[in-house]
Write a protein that binds this ligand. Structure first.
Ligand code: ARG
Length: 606
């Protein structure tokens, strides 16, 4: 229990004893950290309590202060500054608080029971025509971290992924492979499967552009205006026609097209798996659009029967959302083929059938805000209980310092390349700083991986997810800033301190000696540790990995100041030495648990 929570109970008792106030709600008791210029640790705001005491602020504060000192051994002293009651917490209470933290290996994290709410969280959700890029990295890191944070708040969490494995995009890759591939496979070329398929998607685009350009020239030579010529060329492109023909064949279940599709998708999945593995993200259940889009069609037709949707003359099916302040939304094309939205309806149906979902969270970039606004309304109309309350966790764009990161323009920052570069840089930086000295090759490689990925993950997650951001690789790996490596390094240093202590035979007792004198720095550190459960709760309520990241940084910064000003292992007073070791060990533990919620590993040595 945090010191605030503990004192809240005592203040309630005081209000009852002094003023006969029964069951004052906890929310009515405002306890905050004491301002630096005043003596004390916690401040009680007395003004809201005056209607209970019916006395002046100073008098009320004095009475409550005196009561607390007399009745709660945690309160050593008090002082009154205007309507504020400043409380000094007894050393014994701080030490006991630390004992409590020390006793709990998973301090601050709750566990779900069978009856906990079930939260499904969807993230990653790639298309199968190209490898993962920097935008997916942000998506995956946010999704994974949110899943951990929600689980730590006692929810049952199902991590899911929808793979958009059908549609014109994958047909383009397939067609280009047939035309220009000469039978190339991941095995024959040594290329990762998702990269290979992505290369053919790019090849399609290149040939298509060439074709359109050539045709446009031809048309303009015949006297057509530029715009018109281009539109005609695009409409008549044989390559695009062939891709569409392939899609129609796919929908009709053509054996040859389906076989090629399966083969190329398998390459892609093997590639994705390697990327996910290195990134450290996992899924409990993966859905595939090819297996859900027919259910989507069915649901839309059902909705049509019920009069929820309407059919136009050309046969297409639409939802009229003008009543909701939106426009008309296409659900099935005139030729009966489904659109992106149709798939999402089918996927929702299957998920709802598979799990008793209480809350559904979609981690998808903010360019799809409108899509999810519409999806929520449609699911609600179709009778999904969680439709109305679905959460679109909408995050901003991420780019590199040297320019935009946009797909389909050849300047995409590939996720695999980025991770490899980060690990390589971590290796160089660590070895320059002598941090890899005396390690085996395997140990050095592991540390480079932990630090390189830690730098990447932390830099992205510390930023408010809604904001656009620039990922700066160089800054992210600085060992002295608000970075992953800075936090990881502090962790490793504490672990080495604890190893040294253990080697010299010092062991930490369950109950620390209370007859010691603590500095404000030490008390402040315990207070910060005690904040952790509240930070986890807040991060869960706000869906905010950045709250965890910034807490970890604050804790580490405070600890480093303490470590700079005080000796730990070389402290002459034995009781103080043990206390400071325990304090350090619990800082390390909370840092590790916090970083775990971000999906970031911490090294035992560095
Ligand atoms: N595959 C889609 C894309 O790359 C994202 C899917 C997001 N999830 C969803 N349920 N619609 O744009």
């Amino acid at each position: 229990m945090s010191m605030e929570a503990k004192l809240t109970a005592s203040v309630r008792a005081a209000l009852k004893a002094l003023y006969g106030a029964e069951d004052v709600p906890a929310a009515g008791i405002q306890l905050q950290k004491c301002k630096k210029e005043f003596e004390g640790h916690l401040t009680l705001v007395v003004f809201p309590l005056l209607r209970l005491s019916k006395k002046r602020p100073e008098e009320t504060a004095g009475e409550i202060g005196a009561y607390l000192v007399a009745n709660d051994t945690s309160v050593a002293a008090y002082s009154v500054v205007k309507g504020f009651l400043n409380l000094t917490i007894a050393t014994r209470a701080w030490v006991e608080l630390l004992d409590g933290i020390h006793a709990d290996a998973r301090y601050g994290l709750k566990e779900a029971t069978d009856r906990s709410p079930l939260v499904m969280i969807e993230y990653s959700s790639p298309n199968t025509n190209k490898p993962l890029h920097l935008g997916h990295v942000r998506n995956n890191l946010l999704g994974h971290s949110l899943a951990c944070i929600l689980a730590a708040n006692g929810n049952r969490v199902v991590k899911t992924n929808i793979v958009n494995d059908r549609g014109i995009h994958i047909c383009k890759s397939m067609l280009a492979w047939l035309k220009y591939g000469n039978g190339e496979t991941p095995a024959s070329s040594g290329k990762k499967g998702d990269h290979l398929v992505g290369d053919y998607y790019v090849a399609f685009d290149k040939h298509y552009k060439e074709e359109v350009e050539a045709m446009t020239k031809q048309f303009t030579a015949q006297g057509m205006k530029d715009e018109e010529a281009k539109a005609k060329a695009e409409a008549e492109s044989t390559l695009m026609k062939e891709a569409h023909e392939m899609l129609v064949k796919w929908e009709a279940g053509d054996a040859e097209v389906r076989a090629l599709w399966s083969r190329m998708n398998e390459w892609v999945y093997a590639g994705f798996e390697a990327t996910y593995k290195l990134m450290g993200v996992t899924f409990d259940k993966i859905y595939y659009e090819s297996q859900t889009y027919l259910d989507g069609k069915e649901k839309v037709l059902e909705g049509l029967d019920k009069g929820l949707f309407y059919r136009r003359e050309d046969g297409s099916v639409w939802a009229d959302l003008t009543g909701e302040g939106l426009d008309h939304k296409l659900l099935l094309r005139a030729d009966g083929t489904s659109v992106y939205m149709t798939q999402d309806i089918g996927t929702a149906k299957q998920r709802f059938a598979d799990y008793p979902i209480d809350k559904m969270i979609y981690v998808v970039g903010n360019e799809q805000n409108y899509h999810f606004q519409v999806l929520s309304i449609l699911l609600d109309k179709l009778g999904f209980e969680w439709g109305k309350g679905l959460v679109h966790f909408s995050y901003g764009m991420v780019e590199l310092p040297d320019g935009k990161m946009k797909s389909r323009e050849g300047t995409v920052v590939d996720a695999d390349d980025l991770m490899a570069e980060m690990i390589e840089t971590a290796r160089e930086t660590s070895s320059e700083l002598g941090k890899l000295d005396g390690l085996t090759e395997a140990e050095a490689a592991d540390i480079a991986r932990i630090v390189g990925l830690g730098a990447l993950k932390y830099f992205i997650l510390k930023v408010d997810a809604r904001k656009n951001m620039t990922f700066n690789p160089k800054e992210s790996i600085d060992f002295n800033g608000n970075t992953g490596p800075f936090i990881q390094y502090t962790y490793a240093r504490i672990r080495s301190l604890l190893r040294k202590a253990a080697e010299s035979g010092i062991c930490l007792p369950d109950k620390l000696p209370a007859d010691i004198t603590l500095s404000a720095k030490e008390e402040g550190l315990i207070q910060l540790l005690a904040d952790f459960p509240g930070v986890v709760k807040q991060a869960g309520d706000d869906y905010s990995p950045s709250a965890i990241a910034n807490y970890c940084y604050d804790l580490v910064k405070e600890y480093n100041q303490f470590y700079h000003d005080f000796s730990v292992l070389h402290e002459a007073d034995e009781k103080l030495r043990v206390f400071r070791l325990a304090l350090s060990g619990n800082v390390a533990k909370v840092v590790r648990l916090g970083m775990e919620l971000l999906g970031i590993e911490v090294p035992e040595r560095m």
